[in-house]
Design a protein around this ligand. Structure first.
Ligand code: IMP
Ligand code: MG
Length: 204
């Protein structure tokens, strides 16, 4: 019996099945070779969760993923954290397609009181640091007991504002990445792995 491949599964089979280096979706090109595979990501997420669980042994956490990009990372991370935790969310953006605007827009703010609590901010990728710095400063004003930051990816070469990162998944070079929650123009978040994104020049 044949199983029908659909969606991302079909995309993966196109990339790996043909051995092609890239796959074209309209005007866009995602390089076929994952920057980090599903297994590499899952292994690293477990290591991060283990370190966080050790550091907060005997304590409770308020985990705050920064939407939208951190949704997938955070859902894997919290499933592997062994200390009691609660979740809240912040939604912010600073990017327009592949360019940072430098201005942070807050779309949704925390609902829980964070005063006196151990807060863990979860971010998909730290680039200029502007978004994280803005959110961090804002949360610190509410006087949490502690505020730690966990970023899946760090593009140190692009940093403009210094932000203390407590847990980092992967250090990456200055490339634009999609998948595992990260987007280009709100697309490709559902890819289960991380891939380098390049805009295809149709005119050649
Ligand atoms: P920053 O404020 O410049 O540090 O930008 C951080 C935000 O920009 C992240 O939360 C992402 O939403 C977005 N971003 C930065 N680099 C990338 C990338 O390579 N792929 C997808 N989104 C990115
Ligand atoms: Mg984004």
């Amino acid at each position: 019996m044949f199983r029908r491949l659909c969606g991302t599964e079909r995309l993966l089979s196109i990339i790996w099945g043909t051995g092609a280096f890239g796959v074209s979706q309209g005007e866009h090109m995602i390089t076929g070779k994952p920057l980090y595979t599903v297994n590499q990501i899952q292994d690293r997420v477990k290591e991060l969760a283990c370190a966080i669980s050790d550091d907060f042994k005997g304590e409770e956490l308020l985990v705050i993923p920064i939407l939208k990009g951190a949704f997938m990372f955070a859902s894997d991370l919290v499933r592997n954290i062994k200390v009691p935790l609660e979740l809240d969310f912040i939604m912010a953006s600073s990017y327009l397609k592949t360019d940072s605007t430098g201005d942070v827009t807050l779309h949704y703010d925390v609902r829980e009181s964070i005063k006196g609590r151990n807060v863990l901010l979860v971010e998909d990728i730290v680039d200029s640091g502007v978004t994280l710095n803005y959110i961090r400063e804002r949360l610190l004003q509410k006087r949490p007991a502690s505020l730690k930051i966990c970023g899946l990816l760090n593009k140190q070469a692009r940093r403009e504002v210094d932000v203390p990162l407590d847990y980092i998944g992967f250090e990456i070079p200055d490339v634009f990445v999609v998948g595992y929650g990260l987007d280009y123009d709100n697309k490709y978040r559902n890819l289960p792995y991380l891939a380098v994104f390049k805009k295809e020049n149709k005119e050649g």
